[in-house]
Ligand binder design. Structure first.
Ligand code: UD1
Length: 383
């Protein structure tokens, strides 16, 4: 039996970790013992608890309650807490997901204790180190022993960074093994699409049963931390919805909500009076899935939501200047616009016109990434 410690902390990690925990429960009982460590990076119930419940992620064994703070403060407090738990648990490896500050803290803590790091969603790059996520991914990949890469572009990126294709065991942080395995988030979306159809009532709650609508999410610091940029984005959506008579559902991340409270009261009033705008609190995974499946088009700066739009064959306006998911833009089903009013509106019209002919080839694997990862963990650490 191998013992793994899994670090989760932010919303997208609860979703990714749920796929592995489910695979362990269903196929690797008695072979993998998983200890879940929640850093507490996301702490609001709507950002954390609800994901554990809906996705049946086992309750965490540890919670560091790291909470918010500057990057250094947040990461440092996690680093201290993770080190202590790793010393106590002495796992065979530390399992990390994606690119958040929780991922970074886990990678550094484990590497210094010579505990092998396993990075799920490795190789992903936006090639812009101004994004904290890019820094986190780079460091985590370069400290890992096993790297599981969701896409071919991620694989190519790692070869360029000097990772070896045909290296032989024993694998370790100086001789890491890279696997191409498909996207673990796709596993969840496939499974939860039917759950959302049966259980979610969000469409009825929002009165959208017979109404076409678009879905909008924004939480990246470069889009929401400056209230002028956020205000302009909201005004773009205000205008677009009125001109097109298109309902926009906008679930709001707590980060965005805090800044929205500071925007000009007149703008706030105008937004509230626009019946086409449905600005609502952050949603659970099942409700988000239900909206993604039924939306005409998605506008987002979230990496996860971009991909989910693609899984459900929806056009997507990416509110960023670059994406780590380059395949999406290449497929023609997604267009990068940054926070620019004209580019957002152009992209909307282009995508809606092309909608019937958009192609969504299978670039995220077969929905069995979690099982593949578990097999490799047992193969590698079970020796
Ligand atoms: C983090 C990740 C990002 C991921 C996102 C998903 C980093 C650097 N970024 O961004 O990659 O896409 O999660 O949601 O790790 N807040 C609350 N309640 C919460 C959580 C956060 O109010 O439950 C507030 C915090 O006070 C803070 C802001 O939201 O002001 C940002 O939280 P933080 O964890 O730093 O990063 P995210 O923007 O959520």
């Amino acid at each position: 039996m191998i013992k793994i410690v899994t670090v989760v902390g932010a919303r997208p990690q609860f979703i990714k970790a749920a796929a592995i925990s489910r695979a362990i429960r269903q196929k690797f009982q008695g072979r993998i013992n998983e200890v879940i460590l929640h850093t507490g990076q996301h702490y609001d119930a709507a950002m954390s608890q609800v994901f554990f419940e809906e996705l049946e992620l086992p309750k965490e064994h540890y919670n560091l309650k790291a909470g918010s703070g500057s990057h250094a403060v947040q990461t440092a407090s996690m680093l201290v807490g993770i080190e202590e738990i790793l010393l106590q648990e002495q796992p065979d490896c530390l399992l990390l997901y994606g690119d958040t500050n929780s991922t970074l803290a886990g990678a550094v803590a484990a590497a210094k204790l010579h505990i092998p790091v396993v990075h799920v969603e490795g190789g992903v790059r936006s090639y812009n180190k101004k994004f904290p996520e890019e820094v986190n991914r780079l460091i985590c990949d370069h400290l890992s022993t096993l790297i599981f890469v969701p896409t071919l572009s991620g694989l190519e990126g790692l070869w360029k960074e000097g990772f070896q294709r045909d290296n032989q065991p024993p694998y370790n942080a100086d001789n890491p093994k890279v696997y191409h395995c498909g996207d673990i988030m796709y596993d969840n979306s496939l499974l939860f699409a039917s759950v959302a159809e049966k259980k979610s009532t969000i469409i009825q709650q929002l009165g959208l049963t017979n109404t076409a609508f678009a879905l909008v999410t924004m939480h990246r610091p470069n889009n929401v931390d400056d209230e002028r940029i956020l205000t302009n984005l909201l005004l773009t959506f205000d205008r677009l919805s009125r001109e097109e008579k298109l309902t926009l559902v906008i679930p709001v991340h707590p980060r965005t909500l805090k800044i929205m409270e500071r925007i000009n009261p007149q703008v706030g009033q105008a937004l509230r009076e626009n019946a086409f705008l449905k600005i609502i609190p952050a949603l659970s995974f099942i409700d988000m899935t239900a909206l993604e499946m039924k939306a005409e088009i998605v506008f987002t700066d979230s990496g996860g939501v971009q991909k989910e739009a693609y899984y459900f064959k929806k056009p997507c306006v990416i509110l960023m200047d670059e994406t780590a998911w380059v395949e999406l833009a290449k497929s023609g089903s997604a267009i990068l616009t940054g926070a620019d009013d004209a580019r957002i509106r152009d992209a909307y019209h282009t995508l809606m016109n092309k909608r019937p002919s958009l192609q969504f080839p299978a670039i995220f694997g077969d929905g069995k990434a979690a099982e593949f990862i578990c097999e490799k963990l047992v193969e590698h650490f079970g020796r």
